[in-house]
Write a protein that binds this ligand. Structure first.
Ligand SMILES: [Zn+2]
Length: 348
């Protein structure tokens, strides 16, 4: 059966030589690998929860290669999240739910899927065994600075976060993500480790894993930068309204699109962007035939008002307030599967 959890008690030989795609092709579902070290409780690391986000596997490979035959100082539990999707370099397959949306109390039709059953089983095992910290490693489709997502704001969680990046996003709405499930019993963070193929992000993630395998206690963590962590939370999620075509300025199809978006905004994730900045241009001055605004904005409690964020001036859509984006992407597939960007607000 596919997508059922498998548990291995050592790393199969030759695994570290496999690319994420080859690794995916050799496994039939989520695989939890126990690697015994000299100290408990174990560090939990999950990679390839989204099958096309290969940076985590590259970071883990580099850490385990350095160890060679030696046992790590601290035990490690490694979850290879969605190998079937990894084999096809996809976030998830059509017959699968998003594996990072089935972890934590989701009221979702996907909960009977073997991936959701596996998520509950992994959580139960780790809560029972105890867990030093949980690190879930992802890549972004857009250009974002390295940052972390946390579900809790306690001192230990922010300590782990600060080892990777001085920018953290508090995910304070139920998204059924792995980090939220593990935050119930250990410091848990999601590493947003740049775009797939970002070598510097892989090196940074590997350094974090080495530190966590080495130290006795999180109290011993020395943070490089004394300025602490800049915290944000998601205010709203921005999607292209249904039935609207879109393109980015400079793309060949952009002239015919209902909404043409500024592509250079992708380079400004986590920057403060001023009120009045042009965001997009509409093909026609009036609303579409369905009367809906061109962008749909969903807040933590549901739909928000387009006019609270944008002004339409002729055909130009401008920001109606100072705004910080994250996850702004120009990748069309990600936009249709997920969203265009998030609007963030700083947590003082
Ligand atoms: Zn991801």
């Amino acid at each position: 059966m596919t997508d059922r959890l498998a548990v291995l008690y050592s790393l199969p030989s030759g695994f570290l030589d496999l690319s994420a795609e080859a690794l995916g092709a050799s496994l039939s579902g989520p695989t939890l690998i126990e690697i015994r070290g000299r100290r408990e409780p174990p560090l939990f690391v999950s990679v390839l929860v989204h099958g096309d986000e290969v940076g985590g596997w590259d970071a883990v490979r580099s850490v385990l290669r350095t160890l060679g035959e030696a046992a790590p100082r601290r035990s490690l539990r490694l979850l290879i999240g969605n190998p079937r999707a990894a084999a096809h370099a996809l976030r998830h397959l059509d017959d699968q739910p998003d594996f990072n949306r089935v972890w934590h109390g989701a009221a979702s039709a996907a909960l009977d899927h073997p991936l959701a059953v596996a998520a509950r089983e992994v959580t139960r095992r780790m809560a029972c065994d105890g867990c030093f910290a949980a690190i879930d490693i992802h890549n972004n489709s857009g250009v974002n600075p390295l940052h972390v997502c946390v579900a809790r704001l306690d001192w230990y969680t922010l300590r782990v976060a600060s080892l990777f990046s001085p920018v953290a996003v508090h995910v304070d709405h139920p998204e059924s993500i792995q980090t939220a499930a593990f935050a119930e019993f250990c410091p848990a963070v999601t590493l947003e480790a740049g775009q797939a193929g970002d070598r510097a992000a892989v090196v940074r993630a590997a350094k974090l894993l080495r530190t966590l395998l080495e130290i006795d206690s999180l109290d011993a963590v020395e943070v490089d930068d004394g300025s602490g962590v800049a915290l944000f939370r998601t205010l709203a999620r921005v999607e292209i309204s249904r039935n609207r075509s879109f393109a980015f300025i400079g793309e060949s199809a952009s002239k015919c699109a209902d909404i043409r978006i500024r592509s250079e905004l992708e380079a400004r994730n986590f920057e403060r962007i001023e009120q009045g900045t042009p965001f997009a241009w509409l093909a026609q001055e009036t609303a579409g035939e369905d009367g809906l605004p061109p962008l749909s904005i969903t807040g933590r409690q549901g739909e928000l008002d387009f006019d609270g964020f944008f002004d339409v001036d002729g055909k130009t859509v401008r920001l109606s307030r100072d705004t910080t984006f994250s996850m702004f992407t120009t990748n069309h597939e990600s936009i249709r599967q997920d969203c265009l960007c998030h609007f963030m607000e700083p947590i003082e």
